[in-house]
Write a protein that binds this ligand. Structure first.
Ligand SMILES: [Fe+2]
Ligand SMILES: [Fe+2]
Length: 320
């Protein structure tokens, strides 16, 4: 696929298989991630016209089918509920989240090297923070649209570059001696880390899944404030200064507010206007929680065995 993408667009599609895959299939997740990336920042040595090249879109559709089927196997479709019950069920889903707590570990025990690994994983999403859910904006109208815009405006720093969450995250990366350029660690993360971003892109780029995009964002916001408080404490324990922890500090407050907007105005409003969409909305939330749990399981099980959670060797150690 990479060889083909370096050539001029057109002709035969890159050879992409669609064999039944699980969520941690490395070829599926990396190929899909790269197809989606053409809609974001693209690649320096790939012609931008590949973004809408029909042969590649056909190949991507096969990957998406495999990914969506794997998601459906891993994440049972929540029982359909009435629109008025969506807010309650979202809260129940978030409260029932019982995966290994990476944030508790980061707060008390993580080494500097483990914190750096954690940040490398998160860089795949945080350096494009908010972009995948932004796709949903033109697919909405009225109150839910205004609510999503309100959240996204905050994520993008309210018009101030230095307050953009992606920029704050770059500050954290630099403090940890990591490369803060976009995509620097794409080849260093395991498939489950890519699957987290791929799910957001899948939901954001398909109108039929716009409810899932909203549920997904709500689940992120609902499970963000307290973990970010713990990440900030953990990074301060490891010597992080105010600039290093600002990304996490910012999310403690911001996401407590975003949670309310996301659950009530965005998801509640969307469910009221589209009662037939409550199932897909809750499924999107459940997908976010399940992928995060699988990711946490991967990271913690590697660390418990004294191994790196990244693909390949551990990061070369460098001091703060
Ligand atoms: Fe954010
Ligand atoms: Fe947020």
């Amino acid at each position: 696929m990479f060889e083909r993408l370096r050539e001029a667009p057109g002709g035969a599609a890159p050879p992409l298989a669609s064999a039944a895959s699980d969520l941690e299939d490395p070829d599926l997740q990396l190929a899909l991630f790269c197809c989606y990336e053409l809609h974001y920042q693209g690649f320096d040595d790939v012609d931008d016209r590949w973004e809408w090249e029909p042969s590649l879109l056909r190949a991507r559709a096969m990957l998406e089918r495999a990914f969506e089927e794997a998601l459906a196997r891993a994440v049972p479709w929540p029982e359909p509920v009435g629109p008025r019950d969506v807010r309650r069920v979202l809260k129940e889903l978030a409260a029932a989240d019982d995966g290994p707590s990476v944030s508790a570990f980061m707060r008390r025990e993580a080494t500097l090297e483990q914190f750096r690994e954690f940040v490398v994983h998160r860089s795949i999403y945080h350096l494009k923070e908010a972009d995948p859910h932004t796709w949903a904006i033109p697919r909405l109208r009225g109150g839910p649209k205004a609510a999503l815009v309100e959240i996204q405006a905050d994520e993008y720093g309210g018009g101030r570059r230095e307050r953009m969450h992606a920029e704050l995250f770059r500050g954290t990366m630099r403090h940890l001696g990591l490369d803060d350029s976009y995509g620097a660690y794409l080849g260093r993360v395991p498939p489950i880390t890519l699957a987290i971003s791929n799910a957001m892109s899948l939901f954001g780029l398909h109108r039929r899944l716009r409810g899932a995009a909203l549920g997904h964002l709500a689940a992120l916001e609902m499970t963000s404030s307290q973990p970010n408080r713990r990440y900030a404490i953990g990074l301060r324990r490891l010597g992080g200064d105010a600039a290093a922890t600002r990304f996490y500090d910012e999310h403690v407050q911001a996401d407590a507010v975003h949670e309310q907007i996301a659950v009530h105005d965005m998801c509640g409003g969307f469910a009221a206007a589209h009662p037939e969409q409550t199932g897909v909305l809750l499924w999107g939330a459940a997908c976010a929680l399940t992928l995060e749990r699988l990711w946490a399981g991967h990271v913690m099980s590697r660390w418990e065995r004294g191994r790196t959670s990244l693909a390949g060797d551990s990061l070369a150690s460098s001091s703060m």
